[in-house]
Design a protein around this ligand. Sequence first.
Ligand code: PLP
Length: 358
Amino acid sequence: MITRTVDLRSDTVTKPTEAMRAAMATAVVDDDVLHHDPTALCLETEMARITGKEAALFVPSGTMGNLISVLVHCDTRGSEVILGDNSHIHIYENGGISTIGGVHPRTVKNNQDGTMDIDLIEAAIRDPGGVLVYPTTRLICLENTHANSGGRCLSVEYVDKVGELAKKHGLKLHIDGARIFNASVALGIPVHRLVQAADSVSVCLSKGLGAPVGSVIVGSRSFIAKAKILRKTLGGGMRQVGILCAAALVAVQENVVKLEGDHKKAKILAEGLSQIKGIKVDVASVETNIIYFDIDESSKFTAEKLCEYLEEHGILVTQEGPLRIRIVLHHQISESDVQYTLSYFQHALSGVQDQNGI
Ligand SMILES: Cc1ncc(COP(=O)(O)O)c(C=O)c1O
């Protein structure tokens, strides 16, 4: 019988805290499509302040935030966006920028640390002289932290350099900042400085920050005015949305300080895993709350079997490949959960058979 659940599938699995539920119950609301919901306005004002941008807009998800941002910057048919070949927008967002927006993606190889080489980005920018045959480059997208690279942080120097390149070529820069607060905390750089070079940023409230629903996009007033129209077009105009924004405000006020602890616990877990025979993990690459690791080919376990074994003991992780697993830390994972998890990994891979014969 499972007596304990340790849910490490993602930082999106957190449950609203008591403070969030209380704030939702008492939120002052209005119809956010007809007018401005006061609690939504409060959250948007706060997010604009934190990110150092003129304005902000609450959207239902990170995917919609990225889609709207790309479509605002690429509002002319035949636009092209330069983005990482391993980026969330390119891989996991249903190709929405092309299927819905008619925007052509031009991928540049993501390095293991989530960056793209600046010279490769520059080489991917279309020559405006070839407009007869080329799409027109209008936008560069970065992702910080970079999820598929294991939550690695793009440095402020790197982001600034890409911003300079964008300016030099008359392009816009969008940052998928689903986990920008994780990057800010890990780098010790305030969010507004980290995104200074960006024309727009999409920030998830329902990942490391632990809000139940929602993202915010930020940018100039004119960017947000256009984004608001697109949000309505996509069905993202919501009515008494202050109910959700109230929880998000609590998340921003109370949970940013918890991210450092999440990163520490991720490091402890990664270090523990690295001590276990049969697991390969690059501890140095664990900069925030995400851990990727591989199982040795010689091990008796595949990722699928190991995930099954862990699940039988209430530990939920994500299989990423035949021998690859992902773990994500969040504020509802305690130090004791980390030790509990490590003990079952140890048990599984040490060869000691349990009663199921695994
Ligand atoms: C880096 C990144 N960007 C965007 C998203 C999309 O967010 P949502 O799931 O809210 O659509 C995610 C979700 O995991 C993500 O990891």
